[in-house]
Ligand binder design. Structure first.
Ligand SMILES: *Cc1c(COP(=O)(O)O)cnc(C)c1O
Length: 370
């Protein structure tokens, strides 16, 4: 962890044949999500045997986006030693560029690294790598309303060996993908399928943002889709009773008295930065926010009685997604009238306004990089 960003200079290799302005314009007018990538990427290597003040991290560089060569025995391909982050860069009204709480992503990345027996990266180096990536491809911001540049920092074990132990070499990369407004005109309410599968058990990797968690969520998600639902919802592994989260989003419940409930972080839930930001904004409005277990039974009963009026999911990609319907093997129930709730929409608008520099940032969340 000795390395600070200032100790490492990023080398830059411009793309020899970047996308033409016309090709880029087509993508930026209709970016979708996660399908197109910008012209460059950041790459940094780690070698546990490297000496000096770099803490093992060396050779930080901005290079043309493209395939990377891996030894077929690279540990990540066999034992899934891999972690990632997701954050967005926004164009502000004054033409500047900002990241939203990138230090929080750096801290969470290192927490994930510790759980997966991977080396930590200095938070300054993490944020500088993201900044270098955005500045290298600053002409890749979508032109559509509500667009952003989605950044995906990730790290994987690159050492070639088949023994089971933490690898000694790693690669850290940042890639960027122009992202449209997840939902064009306000977020439609989604339908959730309560899975029989579980996502995370006590003592497992549920709180780490690792690829393996997502691999195991694919079958449950496909099942939700096959049954006509939009997302999968996971209950706790021990009692199969307590609501935990979706495959990639945290959950909030809005009570009729205006208070909010969200499941507590206990090692099986991913500590979302959107979750944390919304708790802060809600408390500032004078709303009560409780981090406490919420049972599926209770949810069903309170939705029927009117004690529960709204439910929403949250995460960086879609920000806030209203939940309209919940279904499991015993049947389904509606939340409110089945459409987006008022508090859900207000919190979403408040957070988006801060992220885009349209409302004052009183928390130091908006991190200007250009
Ligand atoms: C990334 C992620 C979230 C949301 O985290 P944000 O920091 O708000 O983007 C929630 N749940 C899971 C499982 C995730 O991987």
């Amino acid at each position: 962890m000795a390395t600070s960003a200032s100790q490492l200079e990023f080398a830059r290799t411009a793309h020899p044949a970047p996308r033409s302005a016309d090709d880029r314009a087509i993508i930026l007018n209709n970016p979708g999500f996660g399908t197109a990538f910008s012209d460059h990427m950041v790459e940094i290597d780690f070698d546990a045997n490297a000496v000096g003040g770099a803490g093992g991290w060396h050779n930080p560089r901005v290079v043309p986006y493209g395939p990377i060569a891996l030894d077929p025995a690279a540990a990540v391909l066999h034992y899934a030693q891999e972690i990632f982050e997701g954050l967005k860069a926004y164009r502000l009204n004054d033409g500047g560029i900002a990241l939203f709480r990138p230090e929080a992503n750096a801290a969470r990345f290192n927490a994930s690294a510790r759980r997966l027996a991977m080396p930590e990266i200095h938070p300054d180096l993490f944020v500088e790598a993201v900044r270098q990536q955005v500045l290298a491809d600053a002409d890749w911001f979508p032109t559509v309303e509500g667009g952003s540049l989605y950044l995906r920092p990730f790290m994987f074990a690159s050492e070639a060996f088949l023994g089971v132990r933490p690898a000694r070499t790693y690669k850290f990369l940042v890639i960027a993908s122009p992202a449209g407004n997840y939902f064009k005109s306000g977020a439609p309410a989604v339908s959730l399928w309560v899975s029989e599968y579980t996502r995370a058990a006590p003592g497992g990797t549920g709180a780490a943002k690792c690829g393996g968690n997502y691999a195991s969520s694919l079958v449950p998600t496909a099942e939700a889709f096959a049954r006509g639902h939009d997302q999968v919802l996971f209950l706790d592994a021990a009692e199969h009773r307590w609501v935990e989260e979706l495959g990639g989003m945290n959950l909030f419940f809005v009570k009729s008295d205006g208070s909010l409930v969200t499941p507590p972080l206990g090692g099986t839930i991913l500590p979302g930065i959107t979750r944390d930001s919304l708790m802060t904004l809600a408390r500032e409005e004078g709303l009560t926010v409780r981090e406490e277990p919420y049972a599926l039974d209770q949810w069903r009963t309170e939705a029927a009685s009117g004690e529960l009026v709204e439910t929403f999911a949250c995460g960086t990609a879609a920000v806030v997604t209203p939940v309209g319907k919940v279904a499991d093997a015993n049947g389904e129930f509606l939340i409110g009238s089945g459409g987006p709730g008022q508090l859900t929409q207000r919190l979403r608008q408040r957070l988006v306004a801060i992220q885009r520099g349209q409302a004052p940032d009183t928390h130091g969340w908006v991190h200007r990089i250009g």
